[in-house]
Ligand binder design. Structure first.
Ligand code: BTN
Length: 324
């Protein structure tokens, strides 16, 4: 019930909705509507109420709640279950566990903070409360294991779309990072459980530095990391950003299933952060400098090693350093 009122007010945020209309849509009395409005106010929602004109939502707390996310994501999409946690060790670990116990495709795990946030290559992901987004998507795509590795590229394009929609264009650094200017603002960690020819489940974990200030970063990353807030000079509502990301991902996921990564390649290409740069690539145990020459229709990096005339196709690797 609380969810319904919330949805109605969020849908019409900024305009008055009459008590009568709300009562009718919810099938309750106007007195009961008023009680629920008071409860939402207690949670930090600014709701104006004027006799005869109804209720108007003017501000929402920057809190992540299941009701708010449900109200914001586009109906009819894949997102069926939202686990919204105050604190957890890692949303990826939670989502992998939930997957093993049968959680459905379309489960979203979000936490306000993580005590053991994980990055790629065994690194940690700084995850303080109240300011960023830490989210993991549980998917059960009907694709062979190789196709599933592309899903983190899909997430990258979705992330860039969501940020662009909020006025912050970013660059995509193959395979899993989003950059604002020349600093990293978000990273993606994909994990998968598969049988030899079939994916059982994939978890796509996304960490976005949303409202961190320069002093919030530990010294070891402060020279390389940034946040949306630092980049744009204003704070961002986390729930809106997350809902935009989920909606963008849902759309691109459909395109990916129908047409492979090639269907999203334009969205990647126009934000390709590495194209034309000299990069230090690590592949397995080896590493070497060369030039990044874009991403192919299969999502692989085209890399021309120094001293070699033609580009090689790199399906998995890590860019350790990059030049201009
Ligand atoms: C990276 O750039 O190294 C990837 C960072 C991924 C961080 C996210 S935060 C949500 C999810 N849970 C984790 O423990 N990691 C991912």
């Amino acid at each position: 019930m609380g969810d319904r009122l919330h949805r109605i007010l969020v849908e019409r945020k900024g305009s008055f909705v009459s008590g009568e209309e709300i009562a009718g849509r919810m099938g309750i009395s106007r007195a009961a509507v008023w009680k629920r409005v008071m409860a939402l106010r207690g949670e930090g929602y600014a709701i104006e109420g004027a006799r005869g004109t109804g209720y108007r939502l003017t501000e929402m707390p920057d809190r992540l709640t299941e009701a708010d996310l449900r109200a914001r994501v586009r109906p009819g999409g894949p997102w069926v279950t939202f686990a919204v946690l105050d604190e957890t060790d890692s949303t990826n670990s939670r989502a992998m566990e939930m997957a093993e116990s049968g959680a459905p495709h379309g489960t979203v795990v979000v936490a306000d903070s993580q005590t053991g946030g994980r990055g790629r290559l065994g690194r940690r992901w700084i995850s303080p409360p109240g300011m960023n987004l830490y989210v993991s998507l549980l998917l059960r795509p009907d694709v062979p294991p190789a196709g599933a590795t592309h899903l983190s590229l899909v997430a990258g394009v979705a992330l860039a779309d969501a940020l662009e929609g909020m006025g912050v264009p970013g660059g995509l650094k193959w395979p899993n990072d989003l950059f604002l200017g020349d600093r990293k603002a978000a990273g993606i960690l994909a994990e998968m459980a598969s049988d030899p020819d079939r994916v059982r489940h994939v978890v796509i974990g996304v960490g976005i530095n949303v409202n961190m200030e320069p002093g919030d970063f530990p010294p070891e990353i402060s020279g390389r990391a940034t946040s949306l807030r630092i980049r744009a000079g204003r704070p961002f509502p986390r729930a809106e950003l997350l809902a935009r990301f989920l909606d963008a991902f849902a759309g691109l996921y459909g395109e990916f299933l129908a047409g492979g990564f090639a269907a999203l390649r334009d969205g990647w290409d126009r934000r390709d952060f590495l194209r034309g740069r000299r990069v230090l690539l690590r592949r397995g145990r080896g590493e070497g400098w060369g030039v990044a020459e874009g991403v192919d229709p299969d999502g692989a990096l085209r890399f021309r090693p120094d001293g070699v005339g033609s580009a090689e196709t790199v399906h998995s690797g890590e860019i350790l350093e990059f030049g201009r």
